[in-house]
Design a protein around this ligand. Structure first.
Ligand code: SF4
Length: 443
């Protein structure tokens, strides 16, 4: 098989067994074959050392029209399996892991897509296998906080919370919208508001000034479907402040966040957000007011920080302008505006996290790592939130390769460890931290 790989020294005892799926979705392990992960063109046999027990809340995803790449212990080589070796004639399909929040993909699942005609749905596809009666994920735990642990979010308690808020705020349209997100989409942020836990969402924006390839709220690509609909009204500053203050006054170390999956970019709704932030801060200095954003408008970021915004989380698939532009496809701003927003926020003493959309084989390339290293150093970044890019990995890598040939992958584990060594104060995680955590650290 032409892709670059190492095959020496592998035998069944020190590897993880391959898994695959039948067309009906049944998932099974393939004795005699090892599971394989990929980072760009690099194939890697999965071992117990570079995998973890599949995290609770993760899902195994069948990859339509894609066949698994496995390692065959008879031939001691990689191969594409199109038929089930144990059920002659039965087609088999590749399986990937959609790892639960707090876990970043070390490797994508390895598959052949030569017979595929359309993109994969908007999920991430981590490498997975089977070992000792359980599924394993080639993932790295970056955040242990149970903020989105579904076991701690029983539906009956969410419904109780919805009833209480209906009685207390019968005319707040934004709380009604969050109700729908929590009960229909199962949105963990929406549920947490009604459960009085951690972080509450403040979706506000119907528009966006970017056209991300993998946008989950408004999909430009007819082949792909957005995961949820965008909010179809603009809440008033009063409705926003009411929801935020309800959460801040009830939850210890509360976080409230603009910029959710069910909206465009919050900076496009600045005119209602800025007065809402002022209302919140005129009432209390408790809680952390955060904005998840593409950070495209430095002036507005500066004014929001002056009004009391505590933190921004800046989404990036790449810290290299050309690769960023190829994915975000900005309409009315440039990567330089994003960097200027980060500097204004830091000057305004706001906490800055990068929402780093990771895809092994691109994120861990030498060029991308060096650019990330420069960004952290030059722009005083406080945190990297390691997230898995929800987009067809092979299609994405092709797009990034079109911008510029990709350098060799260093390994996700390697780049995270190197950053920890080079930037000891840099926070690594997944969730927006409360200010009590980063102010204490002097950030
Ligand atoms: S910035 Fe967010 S809302 Fe805008 S296109 Fe990208 S993913 Fe969609």
């Amino acid at each position: 098989m032409k892709m670059n790989h190492a095959t020496r020294g592998f035998h069944e005892a020190n590897t993880v067994t391959a898994v695959a799926a039948a067309p009906n979705g049944e998932i099974f392990d393939l004795e005699g074959y090892a599971a394989v992960g990929m980072a760009g063109n690099r194939l890697q046999v999965l071992t117990p050392d570079d995998t973890i027990d599949m995290p609770h809340g993760s899902e195994l995803m069948l990859l339509p029209d894609r066949h698994p790449i496995v390692f065959n212990f008879d031939t001691l080589d990689f191969e594409v399996l199109t038929r089930n070796p144990f059920e002659p004639g039965e087609p088999i399909l590749a399986v990937g892991a959609f790892n639960s929040p707090g876990h970043v993909n070390r490797l994508s699942c390895a598959y052949d897509d030569s017979s595929a005609s359309s993109l994969l749905p908007l999920f991430s596809y981590g490498a997975a296998g089977f070992l000792d009666q359980g599924f394993r994920s080639a993932a790295i735990c970056v955040d242990k906080e149970p903020r989105q642990d579904l076991r701690q979010m029983p539906l009956h308690r969410v419904k109780n919370g919805v009833d209480q808020m209906r009685n207390k705020y019968p005319s707040n349209r934004l709380i009604r919208h969050i109700e729908h997100c929590a009960l229909s989409y199962g949105c963990p942020a929406g549920k947490n508001f009604f459960l009085k836990r951690y972080e509450a969402p403040l979706p506000t924006a119907q528009a966006c000034n970017a056209r991300c390839l993998g946008c989950i709220s408004l999909q430009p690509d007819p082949v792909l479907s957005a995961c949820q609909n965008r909010i179809d009204f603009t809440p008033s500053p009063g409705e926003i402040a009411e929801l935020a203050l309800e959460h801040i006054t009830r939850v210890k170390h509360a976080v409230v966040s603009f910029g959710q999956g069910c909206e465009g970019d919050p900076l496009t709704a600045f005119d209602v957000i800025e007065p809402a932030v002022r209302q919140i801060r005129d009432t209390t200095d408790k809680g952390s007011v955060n904005m998840n954003t593409n950070a495209s408008m430095p002036d507005k970021i500066e004014r929001l920080c002056r009004s009391g915004l505590d933190a921004i989380r800046v989404s990036m698939n790449s810290t290299q302008e050309s690769h960023y532009t190829a994915y975000f496809r900005p309409r009315s701003y440039s990567f330089q505006d994003v960097l200027a927003s980060i500097d204004r926020a830091r000057t305004g003493d706001a906490f800055v996290a990068v929402n780093y959309l990771n895809c092994p084989g691109f994120t861990d390339t030498e060029d991308e790592f060096n650019a990330l290293h420069r960004l952290i150093k030059t722009h005083d970044i406080n945190m990297i939130q390691w997230r898995n890019l929800n987009y067809d990995p092979k299609a994405y890598l092709k797009k990034m390769e079109q911008v510029q040939p990709l350098s060799a992958p260093l390994g996700m584990g390697t780049i995270i460890e190197r950053l920890k060594k080079d930037f000891p104060d840099l926070i690594h995680g997944y969730f927006n931290p409360p200010k009590e955590r980063y102010r204490k650290a002097g950030l």
